[in-house]
Design a protein around this ligand. Structure first.
Ligand code: ADP
Ligand code: ASP
Ligand code: MG
Length: 454
């Protein structure tokens, strides 16, 4: 019987320098017998640098833009010098030379607006993963691994929503199988860049910030993998963001449902879209630490296999705007909600939390790109009030499903803090509410103390 693949995704910090690349090769080597397929992010900070370069070029400074990337090109060369032999170094240098020429050309095009900007932006930002994946192949080969580069743009087909393209599943599944299965069968280790893809027309697209997790899940689902591993800079999914609570602890297990809520409400450790492809095929997702590879990390599993616990974790998302829409016409009228939602649909804007009363609807957004136009449309229905600088807090745990005391416990812990909008999530594994952004650190710390310290 054919062996099932193991998809291993490495985030930006897991490939930030030579030492990190060496650890990755070591970790992949440890899975050699389990048919690994490797998905890598760009080296840490490279995506940000490419986006910044794009902005400079947009302002007409293509030369400054290109020069700003020089330190990052050098970081790739430094890894090659430390870890590769002569032939590996040469082939990396060749890749880098091509990349430089192409990037220079793209940045000039941006400054001259000679192609649609969103299309050029994705083309530019894709070089982070193009280069890191080429470099990782060389590093793996230098460690005697049978690694082979696979271009993600030949595997993942998307619509042409540049910047956050949506995969076309049937084609993607077929291409991944067609291209990768023969390599795996021949004992090779495919290595591809996450985050990047191509539209049906063949233009480079990207899956949205943090999208390499999503690429890994797509590859895992198409190959019906044994397991999808997300290797990052913390040991698994923790009880909350360790940057706010250094005492946060690793969760041994999480259900798909819990992980999806956490990711959606800001736990950056997983991209929100990562879980779905795994859920459909019940593929376990493991989150582990590339700096501490022997630690267990977190297993994300179907509900039945995960241990229930009252509260598992607390996530938050800053930069939220609340809209309150009030209309006397809403009293006893139908069609009101649908009219509101149609406006958001028309402006392609996602709503996170919704609460209603007899005459008003309050909702939260994190994408305010179309806010002005949305407000204009909403004002035809009722009066609109806006509260910027808010944060959503999301307390997650399948135990919340049938525990009435948790809400009381949450709100008692922060009784002196003003809360607007409360929603006991439809999935019933979460309790979500909104506070002012400037108190978020305090709120998270108190809740973490309440549920995890004692
Ligand atoms: P990568 O580059 O590996 O994709 P990310 O920076 O996207 O890594 O995600 C890992 C980071 O997510 C951690 O360093 C941590 O600060 C943050 N994070 C936020 N919430 C959580 C959580 N509940 N558990 C673990 N990490 C979290
Ligand atoms: N490099 C991309 C980003 O920084 C994708 C990823 O790392 O997942 O957003
Ligand atoms: Mg990430």
């Amino acid at each position: 019987m054919e062996k099932k693949a193991t998809v291993m995704k490495f985030g930006g910090t897991s490939v930030q320098d030579a030492a990190a690349f060496a650890r990755v090769a070591e970790i992949v080597s440890g899975e050699k017998e389990n048919s690994p397929v490797v998905v890598t992010s760009a080296m840490a900070k490279v995506t940000d640098a490419l986006l910044q370069a794009f902005e400079w070029a947009k302002k007409g400074n293509a030369t400054t833009a290109f020069e700003s990337l020089q330190p990052h090109f050098e970081r790739h060369i430094k890894v090659a010098e430390e870890l590769l032999g002569e032939s590996g170094r040469k082939s990396l240098q060749l890749e880098l030379d091509y990349a430089k020429q192409e990037l220079n050309d793209l940045l000039v095009r941006v400054s001259r607006r000679s192609l649609p900007l969103q299309m050029l932006k994705d083309a530019i930002v894709s070089y982070g993963e193009q280069l890191s994946s080429r470099l990782l192949v060389e590093v793996c080969q230098a460690k005697k691994l049978n690694a082979r580069h696979a271009d993600a743009r030949r595997l993942i087909v998307t619509d042409d929503e540049y910047g956050s393209a949506a995969p076309v599943w049937d084609q993607t599944e077929r291409l991944i199988r067609l291209e990768l299965q023969p390599l795996i069968a021949a004992g090779e280790i495919p290595v591809l860049g996450g985050f990047i893809a191509a539209s049906r027309g063949g233009e480079t697209t990207t899956l949205g910030r943090g999208g390499s997790d999503y690429s890994a899940a797509l590859v895992g689902a198409a190959l019906q993998a044994r397991e999808i591993q997300i290797w990052t800079d913390v040991t698994g999914v923790l009880t909350c963001d360790p940057r706010i609570c250094p005492e946060a602890r690793t969760l041994k297990t999480l259900s798909y449902e819990e992980a999806a809520e956490l990711a959606y409400f800001g736990a950056k450790v997983l991209h929100p879209k990562t879980i779905q492809p795994a859920v459909d095929l019940q593929i376990p997702v493991r989150v582990c630490n590339s700096r501490q590879p022997t630690e267990q990390g977190t297993m994300i599993l179907p509900q039945s296999q995960s241990t229930p616990r009252l509260v598992k974790s607390i996530a938050y998302k800053k930069g939220i705007t609340i809209l309150h829409i009030t209309s006397a016409r809403m009293l006893g009228a139908y069609g009101f909600m649908s009219a509101i939602f149609q406006i958001f649909e028309r402006h392609r804007t996602v709503i996170d939390v919704v609460t209603t009363s007899e005459v008003s609807v309050s909702l939260t957004l994190d994408d305010t790109a179309a806010l002005e136009a949305i407000i204009k449309d909403l004002e035809r229905i009722g009066t609109v009030e806006i509260e910027p600088n808010q944060a959503v807090v999301c307390v997650v745990g399948s135990g919340l499903r049938d525990t009435s005391g948790v809400a009381a416990q949450i709100f008692a812990a922060i009784s002196d803090i003003n809360i607007s909008l409360i929603s006991h999530g439809a999935s019933s594994v979460n309790m979500t509410f909104v506070v002012q952004e400037n108190v978020i650190g305090e709120v998270i710390k108190r809740l973490h103390d309440e549920f995890f310290t004692n």
